[in-house]
Design a protein around this ligand. Structure first.
Ligand code: GTQ
Length: 349
């Protein structure tokens, strides 16, 4: 049965009247809302270090740290321009801090991680504890913890920032507060939390923060050594190779409530199996070279390149070279799991 022109016109007029009352007909959008599978707004993308590194030097030259709360180039998803987002839940950026500079102390409700890419002599101070920053170190500044960065070295230091900012924004739960001074005075010895909580030992006389890992810094040296030793005896996961989680030692879960982070090793000549899962992932290459195939597109990566895999996009890892390849990654999967929204499946072909 076809509808008369008259009834079509009547409907249009009705829809317009509905809009004027701030209501809308569900039946015109139902299929866009309830898609059979996730349709993320974010697209896969690859940012090359070779392109971005010179742009960071320009930021260093052009923008004094006093004028920028943080000197960061935000990695914006090409489909989310202007939203300061790499996916609809995650934020990523490259931060540069010059020799002698301080990125002033503040706190916010967005959880943040740092993965150090270049330079020596910087630190991140978290609630009065300084964590030295060396290449490959993973450092957390969880929800509402005070943090500032300083560079006591003689050259710039660069790291990857990962935050749950878009998710916190969507939940309308962003709070921000500047510290009363530029820098937090050290309240405990350097790396204190690692000696208290990071050695498989627990101080019996104190309690740890409940929401996130009590460890501030996970050194690259240790994570890499663990990977290398595991690689000698195991192939690891068919999808991820040998992968280690930056674990909250108190509960075996992710280091922060909203973001899980990993270091993974792709053995020489590895060609892993394709899979997909809900939750989005940001990868940062650390050592070697490899290929990340996402939705049938090959991204050939080199150290310090950043790539993003949106929710449900089929992806697979390859390392066609004779050296091992190492990737850092973080994901918003912890935001999905408690609500039954995490799904994962192999993709054949
Ligand atoms: O270093 O505290 O990339 O507050 C974005 C927001 C870094 C930081 C970012 C921040 C920071």
């Amino acid at each position: 049965m076809t509808h008369s022109t008259e009834s079509t016109q009547e409907r249009e007029a009705y829809y317009q009247r509905l809009a004027s009352h701030d209501v809308a007909p569900l039946w015109t959008v139902f299929r866009q809302l309830l898609t059979p599978t996730p349709k993320p707004r974010a697209v896969p993308h690859h940012w090359r270090w070779a392109t971005l590194r010179p742009l960071l030097d320009e930021a260093l030259r052009l923008v004094p740290i006093e004028e920028a709360e943080r000197r960061v180039l935000v990695l914006e998803n090409p489909r989310l321009k202007g939203e300061s987002a790499i996916t609809s839940t995650l934020y990523a950026g490259l931060q540069i801090i010059g020799a002698g500079e301080t990125a002033r102390a503040h706190r916010h409700t967005a959880n943040a991680l740092r993965f150090v890419l270049e330079g020596e002599g910087a630190f991140t101070a978290v609630n009065g504890e300084r964590a030295p920053m060396q290449r490959g170190d993973f450092i957390i500044t969880p929800v509402w913890t005070w943090h500032d960065h300083g560079n006591q070295g003689s050259a710039p230091v660069v790291w990857l920032d990962g935050l749950d900012l878009p998710a916190a924004q969507a939940l309308a739960a962003i709070f921000f507060e500047p510290f009363q001074e530029v820098q937090q005075p050290p309240a405990v010895p350097e790396d204190d939390s690692r000696w208290r909580w990071g050695q498989g030992l627990r101080p019996t006389f104190e309690s740890a923060p409940g929401l996130y890992s009590p460890i501030r810094r996970y050194p690259y040296l240790i994570a890499r050594e663990s990977l290398a030793r595991l690689a000698a005896t195991t192939k690891g996961s068919p999808y991820d190779g040998i992968m280690l989680q930056y674990m909250n030692p108190l509960n075996g879960g992710p280091a922060m409530p909203t973001i899980d982070a990993f270091l993974q090793w792709l053995p020489p000549r590895a060609s892993l199996t394709s899979h997909r899962h809900t939750g989005s992932t940001v990868y940062c290459a650390v050592e070697g070279r490899g290929i990340l195939e996402v939705d049938g597109i090959e991204y050939q990566w080199e150290p310090n390149d950043v790539m993003v895999v949106p929710s449900w996009a089929p992806h697979r890892h390859r390392n066609p070279h004779s050296e091992p390849a190492i990737l850092f990654s973080f994901t918003d999967a912890p935001l999905l799991r408690p609500f039954g929204l995490y799904r994962e499946e192999e993709v054949s072909g």
